[in-house]
Every structure is written in structure tokens, then in C-alpha cells.
Design a protein around this ligand. Structure first.
Ligand code: PGA
Ligand code: ZN
Length: 425
């Protein structure tokens, strides 16, 4: 029987130049695999713990040597000799080994790297792609991407309050056609910004970060770019927002610095209702903060049957918190970030719960990423139907899109469900 022979973690750098963990697994048959974990900036406060050394003499305190050491000692001792194909058992051992609910001892960066690398090594050992290993014969839905083409909030140093303005190529028959349209729109947008005297510097996720006068102007400019590129907004291309509103809270209210406005929850919900009336917006993520469950209830009442309302900081990929949201009729979709919860099995548990309750799932990158394209395979494996992985710039973002293109070619029969994604029953 094949068993886990060696586990080794080392510090590498992510797309922002901060340390993160790369974990390598070698199996007894000589097959090996590695994985790199991502890292967020606008992190939800209920996320699993990302263990940092806090040694100010190294990487301004952001080193991950302690987390690597946890992999190389405690975790390696516990998992060496085990069957790599029993992912849920391995992940459960990691959870028990840590002993806390949020990996505050070993670090979720330590556990997730191991969990990902074991899944990948298992796929390699069976000589099948990662999506096939994780999803079996049912893995065939190419996700509709949400491409973050204008960045604001804590991902960019500009005057735009909302963190992400995304386009979704829903009106196409294939992933590659949708991606092509999006890439064309991105280039046209760059030219429009440049011609109107804006900077075309890009934020962490590859979107532009211009200083625009309010939070609607990015939408107006994007609509112009869509049309100029030859596409029909609202039909072929829709708009999605990630407000990341937990970051906007100041003295218990939402402060839109760019517009110098302070709004309470009800006023912010009304603000969104107006935006949705005016523009082809199909999805709003973290419209209210992670602690504002009353606000979320109101938002869901007002807009839940019109658009997708995504909980990111709200649910933190946590099945237990998602269950509370389901019970209270809050949101209708969940963002899926494996490093918010700490293992692949727990991530899959959140996805299963969402899918059983008709909550949509969006597989997601973090603002700090790497060349690892795990989430591309993972999105297909679990048929999440949607993926959020940045704009069509920066190699750490393109690694995921390019992997999806590769898989689309590989699958003789795949599906792209953009056209029906937001159709009302
Ligand atoms: P983060 O941002 O990775 O910085 O948390 C992504 C998001 O909010 O969706
Ligand atoms: Zn978010």
C-alpha cells in the first residue's frame, strides 16, 4: 500500500513579496507534489489563524518559520506512514492535532499546505488530474469567472471605497470565449483610463486602481469599456461588486471616504438598491459587515430575489457559520477560500452544505497569491460554477485562468453555465 513517506515545508514568497508556506509531500512510491498557500489582506475576523512569526527582525514580522516548523515536526510525525488517499481522515487528524477550532496552535497556513499537497500527491500517484481526483466523473463545469478589473479599498491606494469592481462574462457558450471577451475589455479599459488622464497602475489582484471621483464612476467606465470592446452589458457581460464593507466600518457606521458619506445599514442597503436599479449588477459580496447580521437580513429581504448576495468575511468558508446564515435567511451565496477554514475537507464540507441549501458557491483566490493553480482544479471538481481569481493581468492570477483553459481543452465534454447562472426559476 502507498503511504506518506515525507512531509517538508519551507518559506517562500507570495505575490506581494510576503512570506508564505510551500509544502512538499513524497509518497512511498516516489511520487511527490507541492503546494503554496495564499494570504489575504481584508481578512474576516472569524477566519482560521494564519500563523506569523512576529519576529520584527525578519520580513517585518511576517515570517512563517514557526508554521513551517509545525509541519516539519508535529504534523510530519502524525501523518508519516498514513494512506494519502483518505483525505477526510488526514484532514481530521490535522484538526484534532491542532486541538482548537481555528488552528490557533499549528496555523491554518501550516495545515492547508499539507492538505493541498496530499490531495495533489494522491492525484499524481493515480496519474489523474487534480480536478478528477477531487471531483471524480462528475467534475465537468468550467466556472464563470468574476474578473476584478478595478481595485479599491484595502487592495489599492486610491480614492475608491469598494474593494472590487468585477465583470462576469455570463453570455457566452464556453469559458475560453468568456475569458477572451474579458481580456479584450481589460485592454480597452486601460486605454480609456489612459486617454482620460488616469493612472493605469494596478492593484494586488491585477485590476486598475485609478483615483475616481465616487463609487459609481468605476461602473460607468467599465460599461463604456464593455461597449467599446464590442460587447453588450447586461446580456453578455454583467457587473459584480465586492464591497468588503467590514473594512468601511467607522464608529459603528459605514464610512465612504471617497464620497465623504457616512451611512447606517438601512441607508447602505438603499444605496445598493439604487445601484442595482441603475446598472447591470448581478452580484454583491460583503455588502454589509461581518458583524452586521441585522443589516444582512434587510439586504437579503430587499435584494435576495434579484441578485446574488455573497458572504465572504461573513461566512469565512465555515460550515457552522454558514448554517446560521441559512437558518436566518441571510445571503444566498458563499465565497470559498480554503485558507479561511484550514483544510480541503472542511472547505468541501462548506461547499456541500451550501449546495444542499441552494446557496451559490464561488471558488476564490486571496489578494496575496502564488503560481499555485489549485483553486482552478478545485472549482471544477466541486462544480462551483463560479470562480473569482483577479483580472487578466499578473501571472499569479493568470496561472488559474490558464489552468482552466488547459482543463477546458482536456475535457472532451465540459459545460459552461454562465447563461443560466442568474436566470430566475
Ligand atoms: P483578501 O480579499 O484576499 O484580501 O481577503 C479578497 C476578498 O475580499 O474577496
Ligand atoms: Zn471579499
Amino acid at each position: 500500500m502507498v503511504y506518506i513517506k515525507n512531509i517538508y515545508a519551507q518559506e517562500v514568497l507570495d505575490s506581494r513579496g510576503n512570506p508564505t508556506i510551500q509544502t512538499c509531500i513524497t509518497l512511498s512510491n516516489g511520487i511527490s507534489a507541492s503546494a503554496i498557500v495564499p494570504s489575504g489582506a481584508s481578512t474576516g475576523k472569524r477566519e482560521a489563524l494564519e500563523l506569523r512569526d512576529n519576529d520584527q527582525n525578519r520580513y517585518l514580522g511576517k515570517g512563517v518559520l514557526q508554521a513551517c516548523n509545525n509541519v516539519n515536526t508535529t504534523i510530519a510525525e502524525a501523518l508519516t506512514g498514513l494512506n494519502p488517499f483518505d483525505q477526510s481522515k488526514i484532514d481530521n487528524i490535522l484538526l484534532e492535532l491542532d486541538g482548537s477550532k481555528n488552528y490557533s496552535n499549528l496555523g491554518a497556513n501550516a495545515t492547508l499546505g499539507v492538505s493541498m499537497a496530499i490531495a495533489r500527491a494522491s492525484a499524481n500517484a493515480l496519474n489523474i488530474p487534480l480536478y478528477r481526483y477531487l471531483g471524480g466523473a462528475n467534475a465537468l463545469t468550467l466556472p464563470t469567472p468574476m474578473l476584478n478589473i478595478i481595485n479599491g479599498g484595502s487592495h489599492a491606494d486610491n480614492t475608491v471605497d469598494f474593494q472590487e469592481y468585477m465583470i462576469m462574462p455570463t453570455g457566452f457558450d464556453s469559458f475560453s470565449e468568456g475569458l477572451r471577451a474579458s481580456a479584450e475589455i481589460y485592454q480597452v479599459l486601460k486605454k480609456i483610463l489612459k486617454d482620460s488622464g488616469h493612472i493605469t497602475a494596478i492593484g494586488d489582484e491585477g485590476g486598475f486602481a485609478p483615483n475616481l471621483k465616487n463609487n459609481e464612476e468605476p461602473i460607468e467606465i467599465i460599461l463604456k469599456a464593455i461597449q467599446k470592446a464590442g460587447y453588450r452589458p447586461g446580456e453578455q457581460i454583467n457587473i459584480a461588486l465586492d464591497v468588503a464593507s467590514s473594512e468601511l466600518i467607522k464608529d459603528g457606521k459605514y464610512y465612504l471616504a471617497g464620497e465623504n458619506k457616512t451611512l447606517n445599514s438601512a441607508e447602505l442597503v438603499e444605496y445598493y438598491e439604487n445601484l442595482v436599479k441603475k446598472y447591470p449588477i448581478v452580484s454583491i459580496e460583503d455588502g454589509l459587515s461581518e458583524d452586521d447580521w441585522d443589516g444582512w437580513r434587510l439586504l437579503t429581504q430587499k435584494l435576495g430575489d434579484k441578485i446574488q448576495l455573497v458572504g465572504d468575511d461573513l461566512f469565512v468558508t465555515n460550515a457552522e457559520i454558514l448554517q446560521k446564515g441559512i437558518d436566518q435567511n441571510i445571503a444566498n451565496a458563499i465565497l470559498i477560500k480554503p485558507n479561511q477554514i484550514g483544510t480541503i475537507s472542511q472547505t468541501m464540507q462548506a461547499i456541500r452544505l451550501a449546495q444542499r441549501n441552494n446557496y451559490k458557491c464561488i471558488m476564490s483566490h486571496r489578494s496575496g497569491e502564488s503560481e499555485d493553480s489549485f483553486i482552478a482544479d478545485f472549482a471544477i471538481a466541486l462544480n462551483t460554477g463560479e470562480i473569482k481569481t483577479g483580472s487578466t493581468a499578473r501571472s499569479e492570477r493568470m496561472a488559474k485562468y490558464n489552468r482552466l483553459l488547459e482543463i477546458e481543452k482536456e475535457l472532451t465534454k465540459s459545460e459552461y453555465i454562465g447563461k443560466t447562472l442568474f436566470k430566475k426559476a
